[in-house]
Design a protein. Sequence first.
Length: 274
Amino acid sequence: MAQIRARRQVDGSTHYTAIIRIRKGRALIQQQYRTVAQRSAAASWAKHREVQLENQAVPGRRQHEPVTLAALIRWYIETFETISKWQRSKPSHLEFLERHAIGKVNALELTAAVLIGHVRRRRANGAGPATVMNDLIWIGVVLRAANNVKELPVRPEVAQEARDACATLPLIGKARKRARRPTPQELTRLREYFAARDKGAEIPMLAIMDFAIASARRQAEITQAADPAPGSRPSGKTPLRCRFCTRSGQWSLSAMRTQKWPDIRQVMRVSGAL
């Protein structure tokens, strides 16, 4: 049974050391320990490390071939992307991790120290604290899926351990809030650029930009590729949506809730979007 000791640091914080001792009779065969910032992380490491040491000690226990993190990411994408509707950022971030050097690591031997090293290198190369935190989030998601679905002996909790350590250092953090809005001069330059670009483009970026400013909606809430049936009425949760009809090849603004349509159209008309 593992032992966890709390240690008070100089700065007043408390760290926890998990200690594992394996004995044979009265003889001490092996002793391992790890210090982390969270008691739950220490308990989780001790529990899984005891299982690993037990598996190594028992002959005939099932052994798994090495599998890279990139292979697990590719399996996760191919298995779950078609089941649930992912936003654009999720698959692009997973594919980035698949191509990155961290993808070559054996997922069965992945540790928090390896992930912390990955975070340090990413920050040194210019990545922001929120971006590298997403690395750890998605790696943890992939490891949990591999552990629960494929029953691989990976440790999903190493991602959380790395997040706790990186938050203490600190190497990760939340995204910075936007401190300002575009100036009228910047919007004028954008309108001039999109006006010249839209002459030969399929997507009317000038209208979409003005619509986004007037309605305060995100890109995913404004644009939606659609092939509506003749005479069908739009449906959905978003009151307004800029829709592209693949049959006619034209874009149109459609009301998702009729009672919201007159007010928003008036806002659009005043802002110049209509």
